[in-house]
Design a protein around this ligand. Structure first.
Ligand code: ADP
Ligand code: MG
Length: 656
């Protein structure tokens, strides 16, 4: 018959390479253990008992020799298969209990079943049942620190039994307990042995060892004695036999529901949330880094986009290729210049110029019925709607013919219409008085809004140019101002230079100005674009810093929780389970940070909008910032998570 455990010439040494002194801890251990045996391994401190137990429990690999478990060479198993073997077969009871301090008694007991993929309800029911049978019915929700040593050791025994505990490995289980409590724990082990479990008790105490069926003496890493004790009699212990499932009709707890994909994430999320809550201050600081990063990226993009749109609107409002030309007094002194009709013709003939729009402007008293008010009146040619890309809302604009005929017609700006027609009645064909002379309303412009700094287009009245010159402003012919549209934006600059040269030549003095507003706006647009880019870059760096914060915190938690990782591994967690646990933590903290950051950014954007800063909301910026934050968080969290997953179970348990 195949023996449960068969060790052949097992050796274990530390060091030996790289100049470090070699310590042989185990030398030539041959040992066979049958299923159901109750064995005590006794020896002085430092004789290699724990080392042997770690090898037996597949927490550690021997340096030499062969370990057959159920006839299978353990050396052929990979780390996942070893984890499965530990999970399904072994139950560990340590001198230091090795419970996870942040989890309750019941949750600690559930761990082996958690990694076996047992459903939550089944897991909780079984853990509760085990703890009840071990006399801890009223301690289910207490954390280990709220339990006495004896109670903690009972919890760890319950955990060892969670997946069946076919082989119980107990390393000095009573070492940290007083005599009485120690005896009760021993009684439990004896019960388990009587119930059919294979129990391997490790102790330095010969009296304790005597309670086992078989006592193996170990000294300096060698077996020096192997006695079957005849005095061991378990008949008096039978109180806890029920801990073992005798009822074969009941399906085995594990292997029934290997459904990791569905159940673990929720468990991991809950654990991650708990870890974040326990280390509240640290979590807040990490969150702060991510929140600032995400919020600043979103706000910078919103402000950048907002100002860009504003400049674009202004640019579109005035038309893209416009040169503004007006007269002024020369710097050197002398009379104010006049832009004459001849000047206008010369400019209009320039090949770079598509069309010109001369304009007279001044305020005049405008009256209709009881409503009277000073308004800016503009007298210009019929090209205005086309040149300003400004459609008519109602009626029509005046024609060239009306212009040359000095027709007394007027087109109202949108706000002027609202002012004089508060009842919104039909204005077409109605009369309005400008400087007490009647004009017929033939149209209303659509709403345009104001461009940078100038008065509102919508609060003006428009009359034909000649009507203005002859009827409205007969005394002000000199104050002509004009807008010239270049053939294309490429020729704008050239047109500006030529126009300047032309007027200089014709006037002989510097009594005019040429304003290339479009170029100014274009330049502004470029500057703003560069600024947005720079701000976004700074914000992205702060996002990166947030990611590094995640890594920093994760590295700290890994270091702090080495023992916890060891405990999880001893109870069957695979490397990928540990990896997932830590990645979940990184993901949770960065997701939380980016959600709060996104909300925070919207608050800032609303505040900015209220104080008049141009901002533009963009969902894609929000999504992009959040995706970036979570990605950097995960990227930086991956390294510590891998470090955690690659820990050696024995070293991790020792808390190194
Ligand atoms: P016991 O459990 O019987 O007290 P251990 O198995 O813990 O003894 O240790 C046996 C010997 O192995 C001790 O002398 C100890 O110093 C040594 N030892 C254990 N672990 C290591 C290690 N990681 N590196 C070097 N020596 C070790
Ligand atoms: Mg030891």
């Amino acid at each position: 018959m195949v023996k449960l455990i068969c060790l052949r010439d097992i050796g274990k040494h530390y060091g030996g390479e790289g100049g470090r002194p070699r310590t042989d801890v185990l030398c030539g251990i041959d040992l066979e253990i049958e299923a159901g045996e109750f064995i005590a391994i006794v020896g002085a401190s430092g004789s290699g008992k724990s080392t042997l137990m770690n090898i037996l429990g597949c927490l550690d690999r021997p340096s030499s020799g062969q370990y057959l478990f159920n006839g299978k060479d353990v050396a052929t198993l990979n780390s996942d298969q070893l984890a499965e073997l530990r999970r399904e077969t072994f139950g560990f009871v340590f001198q230091a209990y090795h419970l996870i301090p942040t989890e309750s008694a019941r949750e600690n007991v559930e761990i082996p079943a958690l990694y076996a993929g047992v459903s939550e309800t089944a897991r909780q029911a079984r853990a509760t049942d085990l703890l009840k049978r071990l006399g801890l019915a009223d301690r289910l929700d207490n954390s280990p620190s709220q339990l006495s040593g004896g109670q903690q050791q009972r919890v760890s025994i319950a955990r060892a039994l969670m997946n069946g505990g076919q082989v119980i490995l107990a390393d000095e289980p009573t070492g940290a307990l007083d005599k009485e409590t120690g005896e009760s724990v021993m009684a439990l082990l004896v019960d388990l042995a009587a119930g059919g479990h294979t129990v391997i008790l490790i102790t330095h105490d010969h009296q304790l060892a005597k309670q086992a069926q078989r006592v193996i003496h170990i000294q300096d890493g060698k077996i020096v004695g192997d006695k079957h004790s005849l005095s061991a009699d378990y008949s008096q212990h039978s109180t806890l036999v029920s801990v073992q499932e005798h009822d074969n009709s009941r399906p085995p707890l594990t292997k029934t529901t290997h459904n990791h994909r569905n159940r673990l994430p929720r468990e991991e999320l809950r654990n991650a949330w708990r870890v974040l809550r326990i280390n509240r201050a640290r979590t807040l600081l990490t969150l702060l880094g991510i929140i600032i990063g995400v919020a600043s990226v979103i706000v910078m993009l919103a402000v950048g986009e907002g100002t860009k749109r504003e400049v674009m609107t202004q640019l579109n409002a005035m038309g893209p290729n416009m040169l503004h030309v007006g007269s002024t007094t020369p710097k050197a002194g002398g009379p104010r210049g006049v832009i004459t009709e001849a000047d206008l013709d010369a400019i209009a003939r320039m090949p770079e110029v598509l069309r010109v729009m001369p304009m007279l402007r001044d305020t005049a008293l405008v009256r209709r019925g009881a409503i009277s008010r000073n308004y800016e009146v503009r007298a210009t040619t019929a090209v205005l709607p086309a040149m300003n890309r400004w459609p008519i809302a109602l009626g029509r604009f005046y024609t060239e013919e009306e212009d040359s005929n000095v027709a007394p017609v007027v087109v109202l700006g949108h706000l002027a219409y609202q002012r004089f027609f508060p009842d919104k009645s039909d204005p077409l064909g109605q009369q309005i008085l400008i400087k007490n002379a009647p004009y017929q309303i033939i149209g209303v412009m659509s709403e345009k809004g104001s461009d940078s700094g100038y008065s509102n287009h919508d609060e003006r009245l428009y009359v034909p140019r000649r009507t203005g010159m002859v009827r409205v402003f007969p005394a002000q012919r000199n104050d002509t101002y004009l807008i010239a549209e270049a053939v294309s934006s490429h020729l704008l600059q050239q047109a500006e230079k030529k126009l300047q040269g032309l007027l200089q030549e014709r006037h002989g003095v510097d009594d005019f100005w040429v304003n290339n507003a479009a170029a100014r706006h274009q330049a502004e647009l470029t500057t703003r674009n560069n600024m947005t880019l720079m701000l976004a870059l700074i914000a992205a760096i702060s996002l990166l810093v947030g990611g590094i914060g995640v890594m920093n915190v994760m590295l700290m938690t890994v270091r702090e929780r080495v023992r916890e990782i060891g405990i999880r591994m001893a109870n069957g967690a695979r490397q990928r389970d540990i990896l997932r646990q830590f990645i979940t933590e990184a993901a949770l903290v960065s997701l939380l940070g980016s959600v709060i950051g996104a909300i925070f950014s919207q608050v800032i954007i609303v505040i900015l909008a209220l104080i008049g800063v141009p901002v533009a909301f963009s969902l894609s910026a929000v999504v992009a910032a959040m995706v970036c934050a979570v990605t950097t968080g995960l990227m930086f969290g991956l390294m510590p998570a891998r470090q955690a997953a690659r820990l050696d179970p024995v070293a991790a348990l020792a808390g190194e």
